[in-house]
Design a protein around this ligand. Structure first.
Ligand code: GLN
Length: 474
């Protein structure tokens, strides 16, 4: 599949038209997705919009629409007016969105053509897309394996060559980890850079939407379309909220080696060391850093996140949205609806979250986790005085097999490098750093560059130099 930039150039020169591309996208999805299950919905009416884009290109009126005619898939926890948006949950199986999320409005205004909705772990809870109420998504690079999660459908949609761009959401790694497993680029913005209005909330203090693409340049383009202050989301920031960071010729990369010691597959670690050697060879500096609190991120995340989940998911009560089961009284309606509508993982997190917020436990768990989070932010601020980026593998392993991580704790361990980023609100970019072999298949593994608050543009800058350029040479 062409990149966004390539497609746009071809549209502009008249080599192909948006309607021809969208027609072939819909065909590819229908053919390949029988096996992969990356899509929960495909929008045939996208053709009508593509024809309008054809005309705008013909008339030379494409200049102010950076994504005109570009096919985009959206994770199905992002509201699109008039479309079914389920969060991959039975509780919203027949729910139709009544408004567009802010990012959807912006994508549409930029001329993007939304061709379908992608599969996810129910309400974005999980790391494999196995928790979808509508069946798991398979990894297009090895269909015995998961694509990662929770934005597994979005990562698979790009990896199978169906679309050049898919949007995901990232609460603890759900854009970056599937990007790593599927060999694509994934970006989690600084908290507040992108509006959350119209996203199904998981952990409101952690959630951000971002792109999954084939190149860093494409991720940058799409992110810039979606970002910006939004009156409908009071946590959104402006360009000058954080000091702007000048681009440099050579950067200093901090490596938290203490943090990498445990649980990382040895060949993933070797690939990572090779990546560091390449950075050094390119003239960048590699510096050992200590991030003792980062290692506690997982523990803090699995308290803060479920606490927010338990509160956010209280709205699915059988009265306002979606599924409603009968009961003897009002409480019975709530109980029966939630027992029937939610899957196992979602229930586990609601229980956990309710527990850590309950009287007597709040201070012991939630209060402490929030304190740890504050300390982690301070730790980061100190480290970013010395280094420009922190670099880690995106995940400790390549894509695992479907069914392999049934124990929730081993699944949670996959998030070790990604969750501290959400807890502290900084931006991070994941792109492929190499391949490792499993059962005679070559599987991609990603590297994660973490920047300070507001360092989004700089991450794109370095990502383009390190990844896009290298990819072209390959
Ligand atoms: N895998 C993590 C979790 O299960 C991340 C989820 C996310 O980012 N939405 O919570």
């Amino acid at each position: 599949m062409d990149t966004v930039t390539e497609l746009r150039n071809k549209y502009q020169s008249g080599e192909v038209t948006p309607s021809a591309v969208v027609t072939s996208v819909l065909k590819t999805i229908k053919e390949k997705d029988v096996d992969i299950n990356a899509f929960l919905d495909v929008y045939d009416d996208a053709i009508t919009e593509a024809k309008i884009a054809d005309e705008l290109y013909q008339k030379g009126e494409a200049a102010d629409k950076p994504l005109l005619g570009i096919p985009v898939a959206l994770k199905n926890n992002i509201l699109i007016k008039g479309k079914k948006v389920t969060g991959a949950s039975k509780i919203l199986e027949n729910y139709t969105a009544v408004y567009d999320a802010t990012i959807v409005k912006k994508l549409k205004a930029a001329g993007a053509i939304i061709v379908g909705a992608t599969n996810l772990d129910e309400f974005a809870m999980g790391g494999s897309t196995e928790n979808s109420a509508f069946g798991p998504t398979k990894n297009p690079l090895d269909t015995k394996r998961v694509p990662g999660g929770s934005s597994g459908g979005s990562a698979a949609a790009v990896a199978m060559g169906a679309v050049p761009v898919a949007i995901g959401t990232d609460t603890g790694g759900s854009i970056r980890q599937p990007a790593s497993y599927c060999g694509v680029v994934g970006f989690k913005p600084t908290y507040g850079a992108v509006s959350r209005y119209g996203l199904m909330a998981m952990g409101s203090s952690l959630d951000q939407a971002g792109p999954l693409t084939n190149t860093v340049a494409d991720a940058e383009l799409v992110h810039n379309v979606m970002a910006g202050l939004d009156n409908l989301d009071g946590t959104t920031i402006t360009d000058d909220t954080y000091p702007s960071l000048p681009t440099k010729d050579k950067y200093t990369f901090g490596v938290p080696r203490n943090f990498l010691a445990e649980g990382v597959d040895s060949d993933v670690l070797e690939t990572f060391e090779q990546h560091l050697a390449d950075l050094k060879a390119a003239g960048h500096e590699i510096k050992e850093i200590d991030l003792p609190l980062f290692a506690k991120g997982l523990a803090a995340y699995y308290i803060v996140m479920p606490a927010e989940v338990s509160s956010n998911l209280a709205r699915y009560d059988g009265i306002r949205y979606g599924l409603s089961e009968e009961g003897d009284d009002l409480l019975g309606v709530y109980e029966n609806t939630r027992a029937e509508g939610f899957g196992k993982e979602v229930k586990r997190r609601i229980l956990l979250g309710t527990h850590v917020l309950s009287s007597g436990y709040y201070d012991a768990y939630y209060g402490k986790a929030e304190l740890a989070r504050k300390k982690m932010r301070e730790e980061l601020a100190t480290v970013f005085k010395e280094v420009d980026f922190i670099v880690t593998p995106t995940a400790p392993t390549p894509a695992f097999k479907i069914g392999e991580n049934e124990d929730p704790l081993s699944m949670y361990a996959q998030d070790i490098f990604t969750v501290p980023v959400n807890l502290t609100g900084v931006p991070a970019l994941s792109f492929p750093m190499g391949n490792v072999e499993r059962e005679e298949k070559s599987l991609p593994v990603g590297v994660q560059y973490i920047g300070p608050h507001g360092g989004d543009a700089r991450l794109f800058e370095i990502g383009k130099i390190i990844y896009d350029v290298r990819k072209k040479l390959d």
